[in-house]
Design a protein around this ligand. Structure first.
Ligand code: GLA
Length: 356
């Protein structure tokens, strides 16, 4: 069945439309809520939001890829999770003093959902971009502000206690470069991917069931570690030996964050793909052993990827506990590599990037 268009659902044409990409994180995992460094890139898949003012107070939302609709007002948040992301953006913008008319909103997305590629950030950023166009907010809403409001929508309205990486990546990254971001100062740099390489993303097919609860637990452990070390955030620890006196599991959690920040800072010094791959491998090992957010299927997929001669390095990407792995491959080899890896991994797996 083909997806319903704006016209199919609401009739006529939208007054404004915008889109935004998902992201894959190359290095710097679980560092953003520690004020640390991240290195994501956008993926080619995007979410498009089209909207048009409507009479009255009710907002009508339709998500084509889910074939689901929701109705809500700004005073009464919707129940459906997908609608909460959109509602959150409207709500946060309203909290900035912007008057928002009732709207008909059509969403369509090919960003894979639930695999750690930030489909929610793409939805939030696309929604805020469409609102920026419709309400002529170019002066007030630059791309960083959009990311900040999107993060607030995700935390306060959708109930996901995330850092700012995903929204900054969706708002500021493109799929041919990597975005280095200091999540404390929001200082950023757009850098070329390591020479002669391309990004491969494969889904493990394992749902991220524990991701929410474990994510909050890890955050709390990091905050406890920072407090015990007398620093504002683990970003402020640059000498890894300082974590050695901490009790477990704080010692290993902090060691992951400190070494992961070091890896990101090394990765932006213009190193070649081979060394970048070594850093990605070390990141996965640290996420598996010190941060304990991997699962056997992710380890297996990473192992199969690393066994390919064209792969420089591979790791789980996103919060962990399921979802996707990212690998850095020799340019032009990603599809062939994915076919070999998927044949061995089994039918749960699927190629996500490059988009098939
Ligand atoms: C999720 C969160 C991000 C970040 C990653 C882990 O994607 O939304 O803010 O914390 O997990 O690096």
């Amino acid at each position: 069945m083909s997806r319903k268009s704006f016209g199919d659902v609401f009739g006529g044409t939208p007054a404004a439309s915008a889109d935004a990409p998902g992201r894959v994180n190359l290095l710097g995992e679980h560092t953003d809520y520690n004020d640390g460094f991240v290195l994501p890139t956008a993926i080619p898949q995007r979410t498009r939001v089209q909207l048009r003012p409507a009479p009255g107070e009710r907002f009508s939302l339709y998500a084509a890829e889910l074939d689901e609709s929701a109705e809500f007002t700004l005073a009464a948040p919707p129940q459906d999770q997908f609608a909460r992301y959109v509602y959150g953006c409207l709500h946060q913008l309203q909290a900035q003093g912007v008057r928002i008319p009732a709207l008909q909103i059509h969403v369509d997305s090919d960003v894979p959902m639930g695999v750690g590629l930030s489909s929610s950030a793409a939805l939030e950023v696309a929604t805020l971009r469409a609102l920026r166009t419709l309400l002529q907010l170019t002066g007030e809403l630059d791309d960083v502000r959009i990311a900040q409001l999107a993060q607030r929508a995700e935390i306060e309205d959708a109930g996901v206690n995330c850092g700012i990486m995903d929204q900054m990546a969706s708002s500021l990254a493109d799929d041919t470069s990597m975005l280095f971001l200091d999540t404390r100062t929001l200082e950023r740099r757009v850098l070329p991917l390591p020479a002669g390489s391309e990004v491969l993303v494969i889904d493990s097919g394992m749902p991220r069931t524990l991701a929410g609860s474990a994510y909050n637990e890890r955050r709390a452990e990091c905050e406890a570690a920072a407090a015990a070390l007398g620093v504002k955030a683990l970003r402020d620890v640059s000498d890894v030996t300082r974590v050695e006196g901490l009790p477990e599991p704080m010692r290993r959690r902090a060691r992951h964050v400190v070494t992961e920040n070091e890896r990101v800072l090394r990765a932006i010094t213009g190193i070649g793909p081979a060394e970048f791959g070594v850093l990605m491998n070390a990141s996965h090992d640290s996420l598996r052993d010190d941060y304990e957010v991997s699962i056997p299927e992710l380890d297996r997929l990473v192992g199969l990827l690393r066994a390919q001669p064209e792969v420089h390095g591979a790791r789980l990407t996103g919060a962990g506990f399921g979802g996707a792995c990212v690998a850095l491959c020799r340019a032009g080899e990603a599809v062939a590599v994915s076919q070999r890896v998927l044949a061995e991994y089994g039918s749960r797996g699927r190629l996500l990037v490059p988009a098939g």
